[in-house]
Design a protein around this ligand. Sequence first.
Ligand SMILES: NC(=O)c1ccc[n+]([C@@H]2O[C@H](COP(=O)([O-])OP(=O)(O)OC[C@H]3O[C@@H](n4cnc5c(N)ncnc54)[C@H](OP(=O)(O)O)[C@@H]3O)[C@@H](O)[C@H]2O)c1
Length: 339
Amino acid sequence: MQNLRWGILGTGRIARGVAPKIQAAKGCEVVAFASRDPARAAEAARESGLVEDADASALEYDALLERDDVDAVYVTLINSLHAEWCIRALEAGKHVVCEKPLCATLAEARAIFDAARESGRVCVEGFMHLHHPQSQRLRELASGAGSPIGRLRAIRCFRDVMNTDEYILSTRLSHAMEGGAVMDIGCYPISIARFVTGEEPGDDLRAEASFSPPRPGETGRVDETCRFSWTFPSGVTFEGGCSFAREHRVLLELEGERGTVVSAFPFSPDLDVAEPLLVNGAPEVWNDRGDKFTHQFERVALAVRGEAEVLLSPEWSIGQARTIERIHSQIGLRFGGQP
Ligand SMILES: NC(=O)c1ccc[n+]([C@@H]2O[C@H](COP(=O)([O-])OP(=O)(O)OC[C@H]3O[C@@H](n4cnc5c(N)ncnc54)[C@H](OP(=O)(O)O)[C@@H]3O)[C@@H](O)[C@H]2O)c1
């Protein structure tokens, strides 16, 4: 069977880092790179070593969508361009994986999946860690049925980092580019909590944040640190947060009636560490710690061929966008053309 042929929109850090992982995915190959500046696309193509003729494989965004030899598009642009380019790619008949977060608002998420339905194409939000077997294991441990921690009572999950990298902060702290801690890193704890429970946050969702100063040339500010909490309909409570300005703390805790699961690597399940998960204090050892991005692209290729369901459904990503919008609303942050 012919490989799914991927074109990559954007030539930033994630685009360049993930290109070889797409190539390594069964049933996938990278055939084109696109940038606002075709010279940068050619440089990314050459650097990747994945295409024979780097110049012929390097395009502007629009031109990549017109290429008949591109079946699927990996959207790696700044957050504020995700919805527009997902929709344009889907309307051009391409399947899409869009980097997290798919978008900032419920309305945009609905528009993206309307476009996917109308074009009959697959569109998946790129939460790569959820595609790794460790996240499947977390879901089993959270399910209560036969779990060594018993019935799940509470989830705590944080992603705090001390970020001083000006390249990163120039986009992550930009209001115009739809940055902020929740968009960039808070979406991970939210994704884990919603994924392992399969539930949506209840009416008691609360959030509070501290804000960074506006970026040069901007007036809008974004959240630098945010804390959020809610109760799921099953009664499981969730406490989470994210920060660009706090000491490093990446942590997941699942608290059950009879024990706990703790992980310092919930978003990096493919790191080769001795204790990826501690279940009631004992490390679980994994034999297959395959790359999380490769797992993701393999699953999407299977879904495109009709051999598997997508792992993250349209409804799941619409729920993710709704949750982000609710948190933003609580902290007074508006994006995506919201009034
Ligand atoms: N899954 C993960 O582990 C992970 C990790 C990091 C980032 N991400 C996500 O991936 C996306 C990109 O992150 P990144 O770290 O790769 O960022 P980045 O290095 O800044 O790349 C973003 C790309 O967007 C394009 N772009 C279009 N308009 C732009 C503008 N006005 N200013 C700056 N760039 C613009 C640029 O590509 P051209 O100049 O070539 O057009 C740029 O290279 C974000 O949504 C982020 O949340 C995911």
